[in-house]
Ligand binder design. Structure first.
Ligand code: GCU
Length: 420
């Protein structure tokens, strides 16, 4: 008997050590009681009564999110150089111009090059664009043979022949389902995308690669993590996009799925040039309320991805109740700009209801600023988008970004952009 029990105990201890025994809570009844902080009340207890006071409260919240969750982004400027690498006039069935660009960011003798893919409908007027990272390289979002294979570090994917952290041809066009470029272009929108690993490779390397070293090596418990770095680079790309005369600078939509949805929200919170912010199934650390303890938790995310947030965020491991803020306040930071949040029924890990409730609790800030919020506190049916200046939908299916989602984002954007 001992012979069996001892190895079992050893196995259990081992699995616990790497966190494999984590059992997510998917039971509403098992959630702890919690009180959400009111975005319209300052830390000192006084109430936010008008738009002017909201700006001050907004600044207070940004400090709080930076210090406790995403980390502070350094203030220093980078030098930026753009170089056109390729251009074709017949992308998307002849309806779009596709360019590849190298955007090199340099500082203190170090530099990082981001490889942008820009697909813009052929038209004589300036176009609205979606700015969104891709997960596996520009060559995965289109089958077009000319688009470069990602050259920075990628996750291994042995089934596809990627075993040395370098991508290759085998992934070309592998994610076109998430990137319905023809349909997007047909509706008059452009897409600017790049591989997020160009900005900061997604593994815990002690912040030695990617853009972090441009700002020196000194770090403390509130220094920026990878999400903040990815968000910062979206703003640097926007510095470039506003110099492109084919793009409508007042219609840049920042969008992200999952970890990149968390990124899009933090980017949108910090940079008011993003006219619309879209979070697709961003979950924990994104749109979902942390205090609900439903699906992914602070401990789980900080353990699986220790480089995403600042290290102070670990103070909330199994201790979400101690957070002085919650993610509805992140959404509120985007007010009064339009914000679209979406969930998938099967993506319980991201806590669809927690994402919807965040929209509900962010709404009073929109209302204070004279805009309707999400307009209901009743979780909508599947495939029934709701909302005003905050839009929300939940669709059937699992974690992913599909044509259905893109169509809803464009319906939402049209409602603001085409309005007279
Ligand atoms: C993991 C992680 C999530 C994240 C997701 C993704 O599931 O736990 O927080 O959103 O990866 O980025 O796909």
């Amino acid at each position: 008997m001992k012979k069996i029990i001892l190895p079992l105990v050893a196995l259990f201890l081992c699995l616990s050590a790497v966190g494999q025994t984590f059992v997510p809570n998917y039971d509403e009844a098992a959630m702890p009681a919690f009180t959400l902080p009111d975005p319209l009340v300052f830390a000192n207890g006084s109430k936010v009564k008008d738009a002017g006071a909201w700006e001050k409260r907004r600044a207070e919240l940004i400090q709080l999110f930076a210090s406790e969750e995403y980390g502070f982004t350094p203030e220093g400027k980078v030098k930026m150089e753009a170089r056109k690498v390729s251009e074709v006039q017949d992308a998307c069935q002849g309806k779009a111009i596709r360019q590849e660009l190298d955007l090199t960011l340099s500082r203190e003798g170090k530099s990082v090059t981001l490889q942008l893919l820009v697909v813009l409908p052929k038209t004589s007027h300036r176009v609205p664009v979606f700015l969104a990272y891709n997960f596996n390289g520009n060559h995965t979002v289109t089958e077009a043979p000319g688009v470069r294979v990602a050259s920075s570090w990628v996750r291994n994917f042995p089934e596809m022949g990627i075993t040395d952290n370098h991508s290759n041809e085998s992934l070309r066009g592998s994610d076109t389902k998430s990137w319905p470029l023809d349909s997007i272009v047909a509706r008059g929108y452009g897409v600017v995308t790049l591989y997020y690993g160009d900005v900061d490779p997604d593994f815990d390397d002690g912040f030695k690669n990617g853009v972090h070293p441009l700002f020196g090596g000194v770090r403390d418990s509130s220094s920026w993590g990878s999400i903040a770095a990815w968000a910062w680079a979206l703003s640097r790309i926007t510095d470039y996009l506003v110099t492109d005369k084919r793009i409508d600078h007042n219609k840049i939509i920042v969008l992200g799925h999952s970890r990149l949805g968390k990124t899009a929200l933090w980017a949108g919170a910090n940079d008011k040039r993003f006219a619309i912010v879209v979070s697709n199934e961003s979950g924990m650390g994104g749109a979902a309320l942390s205090k609900r303890i439903y699906g992914e938790t602070a401990w789980r995310i900080n353990t699986s991805f220790p480089h995403w947030f600042c290290t102070r965020f670990r103070n909330y491991n199994n201790n979400e109740g101690a957070l002085a803020f919650d993610q509805h306040e992140l959404l509120a930071l985007i007010a009064p700009r339009p914000l679209y949040v979406c969930s998938a029924e099967g993506d319980k890990w991201s806590d669809p209801k927690g994402e919807f409730l965040s929209c509900v609790y962010a709404s009073p800030v929109y209302e204070l600023l004279g805009k309707p919020g999400v307009g209901t506190d009743k979780m909508p049916e599947l495939h029934h988008p709701v909302g005003g200046t905050i839009g929300y939908h939940i669709r059937a299916g699992s974690h992913g970004i599909l044509l259905y989602d893109w169509e809803r984002f464009m319906d939402f954007a049209d409602a603001f952009f085409l309005k007279k």
